[in-house]
Design a protein around this ligand. Structure first.
Ligand code: ATP
Ligand code: MG
Length: 213
């Protein structure tokens, strides 16, 4: 049995065509089904539906053989035990620093001010500001980071931005680009060896079907 871990929403939607290209069709839609284990047209392949940030953990421990996870999530997780053979170039966005549109970020940084930064991506934020030599107090949040600067919880946020529409609607501006983000295929290293005959053709089919960067 090959178990593939996916999260609902954009990753599931954008992974479906790649699965189809590998001859794998989901028999149920996770958005309407309450099931967490979804059968496919192939008796030896099943999908499991987990939180986006939990995908690397399921694959690391071998509870899933393969998964699809954003680079944002992989940076936070650290990637231990994971083979990352392929950038699928789906769910593309950017990791950015953003502040209120009336906040003078440049001069705060120039003056060596200690910045309060709210984010779900604590590891990414820590690495980014340490590399710049900017002192920060990190505040861990689990969602809706855009709210934090508006109510005085933080000076800045580190978050994913695609169109910038959410920032604009909340009177925020992006001031620094940290990284380009897309979703990667992750494979359990032991499974790759033990189930090579089943996994290798899938990886090849995904590689052929995905959009080049
Ligand atoms: P949850 O909603 O369960 O708390 P989440 O917010 O991390 O988790 P999604 O919003 O579905 O889940 O994001 C899943 C992945 O999609 C992220 O890890 C990231 O790689 C990517 N992603 C997030 N936001 C965007 C975006 N605005 N545009 C493109 N890709 C994005
Ligand atoms: Mg979300």
């Amino acid at each position: 049995m090959i178990t593939i871990a996916l999260s609902k929403g954009r990753i599931f939607e954008e992974t479906l065509p790649l699965l189809n290209a590998a001859g794998i069709t989901a028999l149920e839609d996770p958005e309407s089904s309450r099931k967490l284990i979804l059968p496919t047209n192939r008796a030896d392949v099943r999908l499991i539906i987990v939180r986006a940030s939990d995908v690397p953990t399921y694959v690391q421990y071998g509870a899933a053989d393969i998964g699809v996870a954003g680079k944002d999530v992989l940076n936070e997780h650290g990637g231990i035990g994971l083979y990352q053979p392929l950038d699928l170039n789906i769910a593309r966005c950017r990791m950015m620093v953003a502040v209120r549109d009336d906040f003078d970020y440049e001069s705060a940084v120039r003056q060596g001010a200690r910045l309060r930064v709210a984010t779900k991506y604590v590891q990414t934020a820590r690495d980014h500001f340490a590399a710049k030599g900017v002192h920060v107090d990190l505040i861990k949040l689990y969602g809706s980071m855009e709210l934090a600067p508006l109510v005085g919880l933080s000076d800045a946020i580190v978050d994913l931005v695609s169109s910038g529409g959410t920032l604009k609607a909340n009177h925020l501006k992006a001031v620094e680009h940290i990284a380009d983000i897309s979703s990667r295929l992750v494979v359990n290293q032991a499974a790759l060896k033990l189930k090579h005959a089943a996994i290798r053709p899938m990886l090849d089919a995904f590689a052929k079907a995905c959009r080049p960067g």
